[in-house]
Design a protein around this ligand. Sequence first.
Ligand code: ATP
Length: 300
Amino acid sequence: MTAVSVRVPAKVNLQLSVGPLRDDGYHDLVSVFHAVSLFDELTATPADDLFVRVEGTSAEEVPADDDNLAARAARLLAERIGVRPAVRLRIHKAIPVAGGMAGGSADAAAALVACDRLWGAGLTAAELAELGAAIGSDVPFALLGGTAIGVGRGERLTPVPVDGRFHWVFALADGGLSTPAVYAECDRLRERHGEKVRPPEASDRLIDALATGDVKELGSALTNDLQPAALALRPSLRRTLTVGRELGALGALVSGSGPTCAFLAESDAHALDLAAALSDAGVARSTVRAYGPVPGAIVV
Ligand code: ATP
């Protein structure tokens, strides 16, 4: 085999409920992940050693060495099956870097799928997901795709039935936000406000809206516990969200740890109008449209 290319989607959290801090430093989460049609593409080819090349949007902000999550995934898989990680990984990025859309996790998932195929390993989906979880909490979802509830650190997944397709506009921001910094700010704000943090649960309203394809209901059921922290660290996002709502978005929220903002549109045509209006309003570096749910990492 000479080359394997894998396409892998970004995610938005339709619900992100952050529970108490655990002893291991992670938070117990309930996350409703939703994979959207904004894709990175990774191509794996045989080589003498492990090499990474990153191109596309904000490629210069992504490490092209062993710190790249795709490289870590390839090494982990090689170790697991007892081969040398002799592979060149070319990553074409479209998912915003440090944007709260799990682009790094997506590339790790893509590397697992590509190298598994290239090396003829034939691991099961469950085995790949287990390796993925060792790299990052969002990697198992990037493998699975669709819409799913994640519990634990977000890595234990149950697929959620969805009727139809939802249309989104994403407002991309200048510069990223560090996920650990956003969680730390969330803890700090909660402590300052003396908030009692309860164990999180999936929202029945959200799950029903997905099952029935009720886009208006979905729009009003979107929640993200990290949003106050992301807004505290990046106050300009408040205006981005407000303008999006004023322009007719059915729902507006920060995606994951931000700073990307997600806007739910009524239809594809509405998303087109909304994207143009958000760009004209000057509240985003750029906007992209996408729909969901879409499948997880697949060989193309
Ligand atoms: P999440 O939504 O999972 O919290 P994110 O979307 O905010 O993550 P990523 O784009 O995954 O953030 O990247 C976070 C950091 O990880 C980047 O700043 C970068 O230094 C590092 N990184 C390592 N590998 C990659 C990769 N393949 N693509 C993007 N970033 C990577």
